[in-house]
Design a protein around this ligand. Structure first.
Ligand SMILES: NC(=O)c1ccc[n+]([C@@H]2O[C@H](COP(=O)([O-])OP(=O)(O)OC[C@H]3O[C@@H](n4cnc5c(N)ncnc54)[C@H](OP(=O)(O)O)[C@@H]3O)[C@@H](O)[C@H]2O)c1
Length: 333
């Protein structure tokens, strides 16, 4: 039996972001929020509801009475932004999470899902990374501010479940790509940065593209629509206290699950694929004076797979689709 119903009032915090908009598409595809009389999907913008303001959030929950809440709102950014604005990252994320989680609990929300990130795991975690490696080592220093706020969020969910029986679960996605990604020249993640660089170079017939590092690090990439699908799947099917739900090494129920593909690819291979699909005919030059970062980062997805969820979008198909969307957006500017 599904753990949520079609008649739910679903609040997606951060519904205009890359992840939030994909979660909304997945709910609609699965038949939620279509019949206004029976259920609805609530997606207030930041202008309508500033999640940093506790009073606004409290009033909004009392007035709108959501039954299911997904927290996909956060202050996000690349290494540079994290490095220059550490206080903003930790303070804003702690505030957004606390305001939303506390009000969801106080207003008796039926199920709550918190979105974390794979950066919560230790920098030198064993590979592939299992859920139970959380807090077993030091974090990557560049984004520790963001990671610490995310760890606090998932621990707050766990504490409210343990002390008050609040049904809050958390999921930790790997690197995402797809519609709605951020293509900012300084602030984008590796997949978006490469798609933007190769697509522009192809349109402008540039003779070469320079990529940073040696290209040898291995990384994992999940299409954002697979993540949207995993969010609906977990809300419908996963209850940490269920007998068949995944456990940690010591047999304790887990309150967070990894979401990824469980497969990695070298940055060099990824660049080659992106060059091919963006029809870039020039040369790829590797600037190995730039740092590489961790040699390998891959999530162990055996626990969510055992529950019956697997990603559906193949990397080649996802890259092709994303390049087409990106090129269309450039031509439309
Ligand atoms: N993208 C990835 O590769 C990735 C990977 C793993 C995990 N995640 C997780 O997924 C979540 C969403 O990330 P994303 O990539 O979708 O980020 P995003 O595109 O920047 O979306 C974040 C959303 O949060 C909203 N928001 C931020 N501050 C707010 C506030 N004070 N009040 C109301 N709304 C606010 C933003 O609203 P505005 O549009 O008004 O700014 C935006 O809609 C994050 O928790 C992140 O950790 C993302």
């Amino acid at each position: 039996m599904k753990k949520i119903e079609r008649s739910e009032r679903i609040f997606i915090a951060g519904a205009n972001g890359m992840v939030g908009s994909s979660i909304k598409r997945s709910f609609i595809k699965s038949g939620y929020g279509i019949d206004e009389d029976k259920g609805s999907i609530l997606t207030p913008s930041r202008k309508e509801l500033n999640l940093l303001n506790f009073k606004e959030v409290e009033n909004w929950f009392i007035k709108n009475k959501p039954t299911i809440v997904i927290l996909a709102a956060a202050k996000v950014g690349g290494i540079q932004a994290n490095d220059t604005l550490p206080a903003d990252f930790i303070l804003e994320n702690l505030k957004i999470q606390t305001n939303v989680i506390e009000n969801a609990w106080k207003t008796d929300v039926k199920r709550f899902l918190f979105l974390g990130s794979s950066c919560i795991y230790p920098k030198f975690a064993k590979q592939p990374i299992k859920e139970e490696y959380l807090l077993e080592g030091t974090l990557e220093t560049t984004n520790q501010w963001y990671a610490i706020s995310k760890i606090a969020g998932l621990k707050l969910c766990e504490a409210l479940r343990n002390q008050h029986g609040f049904d809050a679960i958390s999921i930790m996605p790997t690197n995402l790509y797809g519609p709605g990604d951020n293509y900012h020249p300084e602030n984008s993640h590796v997949m978006a940065a490469l798609i933007s660089r190769f697509s522009k170079a192809s349109i402008e017939c540039k003779p070469f593209v320079e990529c940073w590092g040696s290209g040898t690090p291995l990384r994992e990439f999940l299409h954002v629509d697979d993540l949207g699908d995993a969010v609906v799947f977990c809300l419908e099917n996963w209850q940490p206290s269920d007998e068949n739900s995944p456990k940690d090494l010591y047999g304790n129920s887990l309150n967070h699950l990894n979401v990824g593909t469980g497969k990695d690819i070298s940055i060099k291979q990824l660049a080659k694929k992106i060059a091919y699909y963006s029809e870039f005919k020039g040369e790829i030059i590797w600037n190995d004076s730039k740092p590489d970062g961790t040699p390998k980062k891959q999530l162990d997805i055996s626990k969510i797979s055992k529950l019956g969820w697997l990603p559906k979008i193949k990397l080649d198909d996802g890259i092709q689709q994303t390049i087409t969307l990106y090129k269309k957006s450039i031509y439309e500017k």
